[in-house]
Ligand binder design. Structure first.
Ligand SMILES: Cc1cc2nc3c(=O)[nH]c(=O)nc-3n(C[C@H](O)[C@H](O)[C@H](O)COP(=O)(O)OP(=O)(O)OC[C@H]3O[C@@H](n4cnc5c(N)ncnc54)[C@H](O)[C@@H]3O)c2cc1C
Length: 354
């Protein structure tokens, strides 16, 4: 009766369309990745992106996993960024490994309860694996690889391997699901680790979580290099080697140079396919997207698929024996020369890292 009376007062107005619930008020769920009890910095970039959606946005962060390291990561999430207003934790063996199927169902469960207007994940292998599947389960179209936002519905994303930018207006229903390039949403240093009052941490009620979600895939194993080098996605300096290095043994020169510079090591797909280094080091369209302050490329031709992953670097230096190599078109400094002469000379001239 009351609602009829309220609607009656509006009878002289004409409504042309329903305003999607999402845009009446903003609330964002960030799908977070963590490791060894710490939130990964890419997930903080997703929080930065959430901030760009609008000022009145309330940001919840969802973490899943099991055991003490999950709870440590939740505590870290609660206190590491002023824009995080709630941390949701799904603690179960089902999330021991970040498999897409149970995660997608988890996102569906949390969305049913929270009714978020937006769901965001960083565009790494974690987000690229989970978010599209979760979007399919929620029956919405995701907008991927967002590099810029203009309000809560208009997004810019690269197309044609980064050769053109496309502006997309999201007109679908709730939630609007996005993956963002973390290099486009850097975390302001004063944002990180600067929250006097930690956000509340709430456990997700998993009592209705179906077993069917976990049967479709099986965890086999995880390999990664044990290295003290900085993470490729966030390093300030990246030294990349291409097919010009010729073999894995020679590629060690790139690693030595990176060590001296305190840099991360990157590689082209050709170098990865030839087995010089593992594919977690691949930079490019089908590898990692990086935007360091300094990008050094040795024996890299500069194919568009490689440029797609590094062209936003602040300063690009290329060494190639072919003066017509396309890498020189994007390089700030180019040296036409033989890397087998240039790298040993650099190794000799750079002081040892203390
Ligand atoms: C769908 C798709 C996705 C792809 N995704 C990626 C991706 O994510 N990342 C990526 O990198 N590639 C990707 N590729 C592959 C890409 O097209 C190129 O084949 C690759 O980037 C070439 O790698 P490269 O520059 O190491 O090798 P090459 O193109 O063979 O270039 C080697 C360069 O080394 C130089 N060189 C040789 N010897 C020396 C020397 N002694 N001193 C100095 N210079 C020397 C040569 O002049 C040459 O320019 C993709 C391709 C496709 C089709």
């Amino acid at each position: 009766m009351a609602s009829r009376a309220i609607l009656g007062t509006f009878k002289n107005y004409s409504f042309t369309s329903r305003i999607p619930r999402a845009y009446r008020s903003l609330s964002t769920l960030v799908l977070a990745e963590h490791d060894s009890g710490l939130l990964k910095s890419q997930s903080l970039s997703a929080v930065e992106a959430a901030k760009s959606l609008g000022e009145d946005n309330s940001v919840s962060m969802l973490l899943a996993g099991s055991g003490p390291s999950l709870q440590e990561a939740a505590a870290h999430a609660a206190s590491c960024h002023p824009s995080i207003s709630q941390v949701l934790v799904a603690d179960s063996d089902k999330f021991m490994y970040p498999r897409a199927e149970p995660w997608a169902k988890l996102v569906q469960l949390v969305q049913q309860k929270g009714g978020y207007s937006h769901i965001i994940a960083a565009s790494g292998s974690f987000g690229k694996n989970i978010l599209p599947r979760a979007a399919a389960v929620l029956d919405v179209s995701p907008v991927t690889d967002v590099i810029e936002m203009s309000g809560s519905q208009i997004f810019v994303r690269p197309i044609y391997a980064g050769n053109a930018l496309c502006t997309v207006r999201y007109t679908g229903s709730n939630p609007c699901m996005l993956t963002i390039r973390s290099t486009s949403f850097p975390v302001a240093s004063k944002s990180a680790d600067s929250k006097p009052n930690p956000a509340p941490i709430d456990q997700v009620d998993l009592s209705t979580f179906g077993e069917d979600a976990i049967a479709q895939s099986r965890y086999i194993g995880h390999t990664s290099q044990d290295t003290e080098r900085p993470d490729l996605g966030n390093a300030r300096v990246v030294v990349t080697g291409g097919r010009g290095l010729k073999n894995a043994e020679n590629f060690k020169m790139i690693e030595k140079l990176a060590e001296k510079l305190g840099a991360a090591v990157g590689a082209t797909r050709a170098a990865v396919d030839a087995g010089f280094v593992p594919n977690e080091l691949q930079v490019g369209q089908t590898g990692k997207i990086v935007a360091p302050e300094l990008y050094l490329a040795f024996g890299v031709s500069g194919a568009i698929q490689h440029l797609a992953g590094m062209r936003d670097s602040k300063v690009i230096v290329a060494v190639n024996k072919d003066a017509d190599a396309p890498i020189f078109q994007v390089a700030d400094y180019g040296l036409v020369g033989d890397l087998f002469e240039v790298i040993p000379e650099l190794l000799e001239k750079f002081p040892e890292k203390k």
